[in-house]
Design a protein around this ligand. Structure first.
Ligand code: NDP
Length: 339
């Protein structure tokens, strides 16, 4: 059973050498009387929060649970049940939820493991669009942003796993939507595949404030925050009165020893801006409502999704680390095995 192990706690940018491979044997049969299940991992999801778990445990952080050095890392994946001692699961079931970064995992199912019912869509979508990232976009946009038709919406890291869906949801709502991304290829995707009204490559802009003013002459009603840092500071100068900022993530800060200061925060007072963080797992009870909403749009081709698929567990570490260098184009995942 090939596994990806955390070598030691990480400081600064993660490197491929922080993750090492191990090969062990695993019993593919559940012992009699156990309620565990054995799964074969088909796809694994690469997610930015995994970097936070690679750092030293920090009891003051919300995401305090760190990976243990010497043990396999874990994250969201799509898996097939190959043996089950659990009454709700049987051999052949497909599930998504937390599993180890390994070929086979022995798990105790919990409420955040979901059985996959719709298989007429790509199975890999359950690592992203129909999994944790999709739920993040859905909960963040509808529950936190309080969107209204005709409002102006800005999304950062807009071509990524979460951002590409937020933009499409905002278009469905009838909003004017602008995205930022880190390459011209991604900007092209935003405008020509996901239907954003405008997009810019933030790495090529001398002045982010000027770029935002160019795209939002009257200001921003909703900012879906994925990156933090300088982008947040520039956005704060462009928020409209009573605007909303959904703080989903701040990837520009995850590898810094000390977080960058935000200079323009006082504008939230005068502009009466509501800025609210959220964590997707608080909304998992809405997962089936989300599926009922999103699946018809996918079937009709009204919502599309771009994935970046690394082949084989051996390419997992570079795929995960690539997130912090913007190497992924769309949702980054790993194809570990075929069904
Ligand atoms: P993405 O698929 O968007 O991948 C990460 C992207 O972030 C990269 O491709 C890169 O795109 C961009 N990026 C990397 N480093 C920087 C940097 N220093 N400054 C600006 N942009 C950078 O990831 P996800 O869609 O999975 O996640 C997006 C955000 O949502 C993250 O902050 C993540 O932590 C957060 N999140 C929060 C959840 C919650 O419950 N609150 C749940 C899931 C995700 P580019 O080339 O455009 O720079």
């Amino acid at each position: 059973n090939k596994q990806v192990i955390l070598r030691d706690y990480v400081t600064g940018f993660p490197k491929e050498s922080d993750l090492i491979f191990n090969d062990t044997t695993v019993d593919l049969r559940v012992p009699a009387g156990s309620k565990k299940i054995v799964v074969k991992n088909l796809f694994l999801s690469c997610d930015p929060y995994m970097r936070i778990r690679m750092g030293k445990p920090d009891p003051t952080a919300a995401l305090a649970q760190a990976y243990n050095p010497g043990e396999p890392i874990y994250g969201f994946g799509v898996s097939e049940v190959i043996d089950s001692g659990h009454p709700d699961y049987e051999k052949g079931d497909l599930i998504w939820g937390i599993v180890g970064w390994e070929e086979y995992s022995v798990i105790t199912p919990n409420p955040s493991h979901f059985k996959i019912q719709h298989t007429d869509v790509p199975l890999s979508y359950y690592t992203g669009l129909l999994g944790m990232a999709g739920m993040t976009a859905y909960a963040g946009f509808y529950e936190i942003c309080s969107p209204k038709k005709g409002e102006t919406v800005f999304v950062s890291a807009a071509s990524g796993a979460v951002g590409q869906l937020v933009g499409q949801l905002a278009k469905i709502m009838g909003c004017y939507v602008v995205g930022s991304a880190g390459s011209n290829e991604k900007v092209d995707l935003l405008k020509n595949k996901f239907g954003f009204d405008e997009a810019f490559n933030y790495k090529e802009e001398q002045d982010l404030n000027a770029a935002l003013k160019r795209c939002f002459r009257e200001g921003i009603d909703i900012y879906f925050e994925n990156v933090g840092g300088k982008m947040l500071d520039a956005v704060l100068l462009n928020m409209k009165l009573q605007g909303r900022i959904a703080v989903c993530g701040m990837i520009s800060q995850y590898n810094l020893e000390e977080q960058e200061g935000v200079h323009n925060l006082a504008t939230v007072i005068y502009k009466r801006v509501r800025m609210q963080g959220f964590v997707v797992s608080d909304y998992f009870d809405k997962y089936f409502k989300f599926l009922d909403f999103v699946i018809p749009y996918i079937r009709e081709g009204k919502i599309t999704y771009v994935e970046d698929v690394a082949q084989g567990l051996e390419n997992g570490p570079s795929a995960l680390i690539g997130l912090f260098h913007g190497k992924n184009v769309g949702k980054q995942l790993i194809a570990v095995a075929r069904e």
